[in-house]
Design a protein around this ligand. Structure first.
Ligand code: UDP
Length: 375
């Protein structure tokens, strides 16, 4: 009997792969190994515990100050050596990874080199701009070239793959496992405890009636775009003193130094600039939130589950389903536009509204398909 190698490296990958591992366990299936490449070591730690997961192998593809090229080459070398080590004790049946990071691209190419089936969770997302998001759009396209099992989250993602010539019998629309992860987290007893594990958030959150969540991390937004967002949030905070603006600041130095050194933004009592939050805290904020302004993929997918509108701080998004449903809106990187949309974008979430990204059963479907692939 061989093994399925599941490779993750960043915070969203752990969140979105966790439901698949939990489904393996639920079915008493233990022939898998969980590999952490450490692509985002500093952001990933709390997530293992939340989902009660423990990687079987920890790599360290990220070296201090390393370029994308060096990180990619470290990922190739370390993963390839690890696959050799794993194969020495039992054959590898398939490799699975989620999303569009360097970890995923490298895992898929190594599966191809070894003539192993690769299963791609969240397959088929496209912005149709190779430079944006960079390098993720490139990573996705490379991965799709060598994937046997395309686990597409939505019909739109399937259409994208078909238009690139992927045979239809290799694509299954399963929903996005992020909705499964949300369901899992909302069922934990700690979800009904209104307190937060972040102390700053805990001592301030309930002093305000209305809450806005802000995140920004993408390369395309470093520099001028980020300054426009800061300008907009500062103006909104000044004009809306009863509203609390919660901004977990990404550790990327290009983001952190710009946000935390801004004298205007840091002067407001109703703006909380805080370290990245634990997932449970984000979900609690979302469940009490008036609006989100974000460039995060995962948050765009999570917010509809809480009927929270999102101003998507990007030129284009590969997650157009919420935009087409009128629940999210792309916002220009310009303070006036952000402020205008903040006041004017008021989507209606109907009574029977459902999250367009998934129904919470994606992991079950993924595991059914993986077992067919393994046979
Ligand atoms: N997230 C988190 N803490 C934070 C900000 C985000 O746990 O301070 C979660 C968020 O709920 C979502 C995921 O991280 O599930 C998204 O990660 P990120 O924005 O880094 O990546 P993307 O989804 O854009 O690839």
């Amino acid at each position: 009997m061989g093994k399925i190698c599941v490779v993750v490296g960043t915070r969203p990958e752990i969140i979105k792969v966790a439901p698949v591992i939990l489904e393996f366990r639920q079915r008493g299936f233990h022939d898998y190994v969980l590999i952490n490449t450490g692509q985002h070591k500093d952001l990933s730690e709390p997530y293992w515990e939340l989902f009660d997961l423990k990687p079987d192998y920890n790599l360290s593809v990220m070296a201090q100050g390393s370029s994308l090229g060096i990180m990619t080459s470290r990922a190739f070398q370390q993963l390839d050596e690890l696959f050799n080590e794993i194969r020495a004790s039992s054959p590898i049946d398939a490799i699975l990874a989620q999303g569009d990071t360097t970890t995923v691209m490298v895992s898929s190419v190594l599966a191809f080199y070894r003539n192993l089936p690769f299963a791609h969770l969240e397959a088929g997302l496209r912005s149709f701009d190779l430079m944006n998001p960079f390098p993720e759009e490139f990573n996705r396209k490379v991965t799709s070239l060598v994937t046997q099992l395309h686990l597409a989250p939505t019909a739109k993602a399937k259409t994208n793959l078909l238009s690139e010539g992927v045979p239809e019998n290799r694509i299954s629309v399963i929903g996005n496992t992020v909705v499964d992860a949300l369901k899992f987290v909302k069922n934990l007893p700690v979800f009904s405890d209104p307190s937060f594990s972040n102390r700053e958030l805990n001592s301030t959150f309930y002093n305000y009636e209305r809450h806005v969540l802000i995140t920004c991390h993408r390369r395309e937004n470093h520099g001028g775009n980020l300054l426009e967002l800061i300008k907009a949030v500062s103006r909104l905070a000044k004009d809306q003193q009863d509203t609390f603006f919660i901004w977990p600041v990404h550790p990327n130095p290009n983001v952190r130094s710009t946000v935390l050194s801004n004298k205007d933004l840091t002067s407001f009592k109703n703006v909380l600039l805080v370290d990245p939050l634990e997932y449970m805290d984000v979900i609690k904020v979302l469940s009490n939130c008036h609006m989100v302004i974000s460039d995060s993929g995962g948050i765009q997918e999570e917010a509809p589950s809480f009927r929270v509108p999102v101003l998507v701080f990007r030129n284009a998004t590969e997650r157009t389903e919420a935009i087409e449903a009128g629940l999210s809106k792309l916002v220009q990187a310009n303070a006036e536009d952000i402020i205008h949309d903040y006041y004017n974008f008021k989507p209606e979430f109907g009574k029977d509204f459902e999250n367009p990204f998934g129904d919470g059963l994606a992991a079950k479907r993924a595991v059914d398909l993986l077992f067919q692939l393994k046979m």
